[in-house]
Design a protein around this ligand. Sequence first.
Ligand code: HEM
Length: 381
Amino acid sequence: MPRSTTSVATMKNNTATYARKATVIFLLALMAIFLTNSFSQTGSLAQAQTQAQNSQSPVGAPLGNSSDSDMWRAVKRGDRGNVSIIDKKSGVLIQSGGQFLRDLRNGPMFSYGAAAIIGIIALLSLFYMLRGRIRIDSGKSDVTVTRFNSFERFSHWLLAISFVILGLSGLNMIYGKFLLTPLVGKSSYGDIAMAGKWLHNFVAFAFILGLVLILIIWIRHNFPNRHDIVWLLKGGGMFTRGTHPPAKKFNAGQKILFWLIILAGASIALSGVSLLFPFQFSLFADTFEIINRLGFNLPTELTGIEEMQLSLVWHSVVSIFMVCVIIAHIYIGSVGMEGAFDAMGSGEVDKNWAKEHHSIWVDELESKERAKAASKQVAAE
Ligand code: HEM
């Protein structure tokens, strides 16, 4: 074949190859454009569908309302939503503080409360082992003086017996299930718990009455005076034999006990009444409002259930504190000190006991008696 004919044929072949390649590239480009377009169309459709669902689908439908779990998480956290009624507090759908309360009650409150009660009993036992019973150093005189009249003793025992019943039935609510169920079984424990609950509710009124009575009859003897400082500095003579700091009718230790009982007792009574008549009081919101005037920032808009929860925690914590204080009081008023119980038993105490523990009070009694005798003598003459 001549050379010129060969090159013409080659050129034709190359041109055809280029044309085929160009066509393939063109077709591929077309397909790419088509596919991209169709994918993007599918995307916007999905978006549109989601948007439509978001605005129309009820909670719980697939992909409805952005995310169910977010919403329920907020509900569980106790986040406040919007409500159109006046009571905006109702915007809290589920008040999840109950879970916190339960953890607190079964955790720290349970264990620290038990530790406090066991701790005070251990301390008193140690004190008894080291110091023994506090005796009347000068021995019994066999002459007695009237320490408390019958009304004083009635008021004391009304308060004391009601407190012991409230204390035992209250402790049963916290520890009874743990301590008694293994001993008496579930069913009997249920009966005990129910009886204790009724007793607790009704005996509370006797306790409040006792508290008011002792406040009225003893408040005048419980204001601090200069002798109290000496008494406190000498530890009331509790730790050393033969030391008897002077005191009036009540010494500094008794005054501290008196005010603790009045304040803690009143606080327990108030929180107790708010538990007895649920959702009727806003004790904590009102108290927080007063405290906030001192620059604090405590919540003052509390739901009814939050009020109840705070009352319950406060009531239990202050009661356990008071149980510890009273255990110490019972110890010193009975086994801990010779001659003390008579004051609340018969009302008559040995004169030497009275001189050792309340010397100024005895002096006052004697000078009153002398004045009485003198005025009788003047009247007779
Ligand atoms: C249940 C056993 C109790 C016993 C054996 C007992 C014994 C005594 C005695 C002997 C006194 C007179 C002390 C003195 O002459 O100076 C007294 C006073 C007093 N008791 Fe009790 N008591 C008991 C329970 C309670 C309870 C449960 C409370 C209060 C909730 C209480 C509150 C008081 C108060 C406020 C005084 C006057 C201040 C003082 O003497 O400390 N007592 N008690």
